[in-house]
Design a protein around this ligand. Structure first.
Ligand code: C2E
Ligand code: CA
Ligand code: CA
Length: 875
């Protein structure tokens, strides 16, 4: 596996998607904001309500206080009148005893400071009064005693007159109290009047006036009690309504009785005191309220019922209201003595709003504080939640860049810990899968050896190493199991697989651990001999491998023999890249196979051209069948004794368009390697049988005259072999006993089980079997007992060596003897000289084949020869 590189984060593009953090925080904040605003709104609404309630309460309370106070205040004067009237009517006092009556009045004046002056006047002209005048209590009298002048007396603490201090022309008959009481003859209030008090200055007052009757219900005089209304003004000013709340009392024509907003209920104009009209009030609240009421009701006189009103800013466009709203309460104040005033209380909303605003500010601050706290908590929470997720995302990123060494730490949240653990598990699994994949990618599934790609990498590393260390040498062995395909075809793939595994074990035992072994293809193996000293060392190992693999394999109860061919390249004698080195090794392997299987060959430069040729040949061979470039030659076989022809051997040739006639040595191994042999073999069989049938018919050949056809190992092991043969025989109508199949001794030996089965099948068909190249197998002859063999063909190499004087004839003689004893025919191959033929005759070999008699010839040549023979026979 490649070492993990430092994770490089890709430049993250701003995505159009919302971030997780925002998704978490925004709705949270919106919710809180909505909740906070709702609370704010509700509390505001609530304050409005509270303000209204509060104002109503204040107005009510003030209203009641004022009403009580006025009742109490006004009843003083009327009460005094009533009391004096009672005393006189009950005759407890003499009506004319002005001294006593004066003292009584003095007493009352002393008790009631709100009372200005108490008056008692008779229709007869007598008058007595008492009160705070000019600056202390005094009594005044008009009577005969005072010569009908009005005389003022100062008094002592008991109300005794002490001295006379003033004489005036005061005429009580002109006073409002007397005039009203006499005229109306009932208890009434005089109109409000302004008078200049010598001590307190200007005062507004009114008097309670009552008529006096004698026992005959005849009007005898009147009583009048002055009330200082300025006291009401003072009282109103002490009333605590609200910080800017005002209260004022007016007569129905708008003339002010008292106002908490004004210094006094009158004004000085040109040194002359005048009563104040409410619209002249210096207090804007009072003034505006009065304006509003007059505007609303037309006049004060129209207001008959108590009213509670609200003045809004837009109600008085002419004089800006200080606040948005003004609460107003209007209450008529009447009594049975004819009093008819209006008490007006006015309270601005701002008085309450101050508090309300304070509350609202507090609420707002609290709300904002809550919001800020919420956002802070939200942010921290979101961070807390998103941090592990972001970590997971980064880890996933890293993972996608092959960096899986970063386990995500646990987070404090259970679910997120589960997530990170699941992620870590997944990453581990992916890593393991990748390691497995990497193993699979570099190894052969069956044997567990390196595969082609991995081997090429190893080889690449060795090549690179050689560039830096010129003394370093290596060798590559290219192995091919001869006939492995046959094992596969005949015993099945399972056995083939087992064989490959067994081969791997033996290969591993032959090399060092540092040497890399690879399964390169189906039955091809490559071995990189690392740091090897010389080509000799490599060949030594190759020999060892060949030898080790020659030993019998026991697989699934079967004994299997295989051969191995090895091509060797040595680093100093080959190319300098993987492709060239492997190509050269392959070339050497091919040479090894061509030189006889089970061999090794060390690559040299000349081999290269051969390889190219061979490749060309292979390409051509694949097309040759279609192009019908093959031809079959026939070599006759003779009876040495009689000189009669006993049969033919079919030998294939390739009429190459450029290279001319090519002998089978050059292409049969190639056809076997490429698998083309099956089709080619079948074609030769077809041709040979057909030709033999033709000759039989044309020349009435005897049935003893046979046609031998060479069969390659692959062919005979093929499952369809027998059925194909049957088909050919059927098609060509050739008698099976004419046909002889030549099978090499080596192929019989390496696949004894299979060949025995085939030989039995062929025997049943009536087809004969020859053992070709007999004697080259270097093996026991025991199989001859076991197999139904018809003919032995002694290999040309033995026949060659037969000397003119009987030298080297022992082996051939032994073979011939053995064959005779076993009842097997013998054919000597490659007989070239008469000496050889003589020797064969001596050792009683019956048949021969060779250039001495006839080389392989084309069918037409043979036909010509047969025609000649036929004409020679017939006279
Ligand atoms: P083989 O079966 O041993 O065939 C005999 C070979 O010896 C033939 O070579 C033949 O031309 C040659 N020969 C015959 N008499 C003499 C002689 O006096 N002196 C010498 N030096 N050679 C002689 P050829 O035709 O080149 O065939 C070579 C081999 O190719 C054959 O050896 C056989 O194993 C194979 N072969 C040929 N045709 C076929 C075929 O159709 N199928 C298969 N599977 N193999 C074939
Ligand atoms: Ca042959
Ligand atoms: Ca032969």
């Amino acid at each position: 596996m490649s070492p993990v590189s430092a994770p490089r984060q890709p430049p993250r593009r701003r995505s159009r998607h919302l971030s997780l953090r925002l998704t978490l925080i925004v709705p949270f904040i919106i919710q809180i904001a909505v909740a906070v605003s709702l609370i704010g709104y509700l509390s505001f609404k609530n304050t409005q309500h509270t303000v209204n309630n509060l104002s109503a309460q204040i107005l009510d309370r003030t209203d009641r206080l004022v009403a009580q106070h006025l009742d109490c205040f006004l009843s003083t004067a009327q009460g005094i009148n009533q009391e004096i009237t009672n005393v006189l009517e009950m005759q407890l006092l003499d009506r004319d005893d002005l001294t006593t009556i004066g003292r009584l009045l003095w007493q009352q004046a002393k008790i009631h400071p709100e009372v200005g002056y108490l008056n008692y006047g008779l229709v007869t002209g007598e008058y007595v009064g008492a009160g705070h005048y000019p600056n202390a209590l005094s009594i005044s009298e008009t009577s005969a005693r005072t010569q009908w002048k009005n005389v003022d007396y100062s008094t002592d603490a008991q109300g005794q007159r002490t001295q006379m201090f003033r004489v005036s022309d005061y005429n009580y008959r002109e006073e409002a109290w007397y005039e009203n009481a006499i005229r109306l003859q009932r208890a009434v209030w005089t109109p409000v009047y302004l008078w200049d008090d010598p001590t307190s200055g200007q005062e507004i007052s009114l008097a309670a006036a009552s008529p006096l009757y004698n026992a005959n219900r005849e009007l005898v005089g009147a009583i009048g009690v002055d009330l200082k209304l300025t006291r009401i003004q003072q009282y109103l000013q002490t009333l605590d309504i609200s910080p800017s709340g005002k209260i004022f009392i007016v007569e129905r024509d708008g003339t002010m009785i008292a106002s908490s907003g004004d210094q006094m209920p009158f004004v000085e104009i040109n040194g002359q005191a005048q009563r104040l009209n409410v619209e002249q009030s210096r207090d804007p609240a009072v003034q505006q309220t009065a304006q509003f009421l007059q505007q609303k009701f037309g006049s004060f006189a129209a207001i008959q019922q108590p009213q509670t009103l609200q003045i809004h800013r837009h109600d008085i466009p002419f004089a800006g209201l200080q606040t948005d709203r003004q609460f107003v309460h209007v209450m008529p104040q009447r009594d049975r003595f004819g009093l008819d005033w209006l008490v007006v209380i006015t309270v601005p909303e701002s008085d309450f709003m101050e508090q309300v605003h304070e509350n609202a500010r507090l609420t707002l601050i609290l709300c904002l504080g809550t919001l800020a706290l919420t956002i802070a908590i939200g942010t921290i929470t979101a961070r807390h939640l998103t941090q592990p997720i972001l970590r997971t995302i980064h880890a996933a990123d890293a993972l996608s860049q092959n960096n899986w060494q970063q386990p995500i730490p646990d987070s404090p949240t259970r679910e997120l810990t589960q997530l990170s653990r699941a992620f870590n598990r997944m990453a581990t699994q992916i890593r393991q899968s990748f390691e497995q994949l990497a193993f699979i990618a570099h190894h052969d599934a069956l044997t567990g050896l390196l595969n082609r790609r991995a081997f090429e990498q190893e080889l690449g590393a060795a090549i690179a190493k050689r560039q830096y260390h010129p003394s370093y040498q290596f060798a590559v062995l290219f192995l091919d199991l001869d006939y492995f395909k046959l094992v596969n075809d005949s015993y099945g793939h399972l056995v083939g697989d087992q064989l490959l595994i067994a081969v791997r074990r033996r290969l591993q035992s032959c090399v060092r651990e540092t040497d890399a072994i690879a399964r390169f293809g189906g039955d091809e193996f490559t071995i990189l001999l690392d740091g090897i000293a010389s080509p000799d060392a490599a060949t030594e190992i190759a020999q060892r491998i060949i030898h080790t693999l020659q030993a019998c394999f026991s697989i699934e109860g079967r004994e299997i023999f295989i051969n191995t061919s090895v091509g060797i390249v040595f680093s100093s004698l080959t190319g300098d890249n993987t492709t060239e080195i492997l190509r050269d090794a392959d070339t050497a392997l091919y040479q090894a196979k061509a030189s006889g299987k089970g061999n090794y060959v060390v690559f040299n430069c000349t081999m290269h051209t051969q390889t190219v040729e061979r490749l060309q040949l292979e390409t051509d061979l694949r097309r040759a069948l279609d192009r019908q470039e093959f031809i079959v030659y026939y070599q006759p076989i003779f009876d040495i004794i009689t000189g009669q022809m006993t049969g033919f051997e079919a030998l294939v040739r390739w009429q190459h368009p450029q290279r001319g006639l090519i002998t089978p040595d050059k292409f049969i191994p190639l056809a076997e390697e490429t698998g083309l042999i099956a089709a080619l073999g079948e074609w030769v069989m077809q041709q040979a049988c057909q030709q033999m049938r033709l000759w039989q018919e044309e020349f009435q050949l005897e049935l003893s005259l046979t046609m031998s056809v060479n069969i390659s190992t692959q062919q005979i092991l093929h499952a369809n072999f027998v059925s194909q043969l049957q088909q050919v025989l059927q098609e060509t109508q050739l008698n099976p006993q004419v046909l002889k199949l030549e099978i090499t001794e080596s192929s019989v030996l390496s696949h004894e089980d299979m060949t025995r089965i085939r030989f039995e099948q062929l025997k049943n068909l009536g087809v004969q079997v020859s053992i070709d190249d007999f004697g080259t197998g270097y093996s026991s002859l025991s199989y001859l007992h076991r197999l139904p063999v018809h003919t032995l063909k002694i290999d040309r190499s033995f026949v060659n060596r037969l000397g003119a004087h009987g030298e080297n004839s022992e082996i051939v003689e032994a073979i011939v003897m053995l064959a005779h004893r076993l009842g097997i025919e013998v054919v000597a191959e490659g007989v070239e000289t008469t000496e050889q033929m003589e020797q064969l005759r001596v050792i009683r070999c019956t048949q021969a084949q060779g250039y001495l008699f006839s080389p392989p010839r084309s069918a037409s040549d043979i036909t010509t020869q047969l025609i000649a023979q036929k004409s020679a026979r017939t006279p």
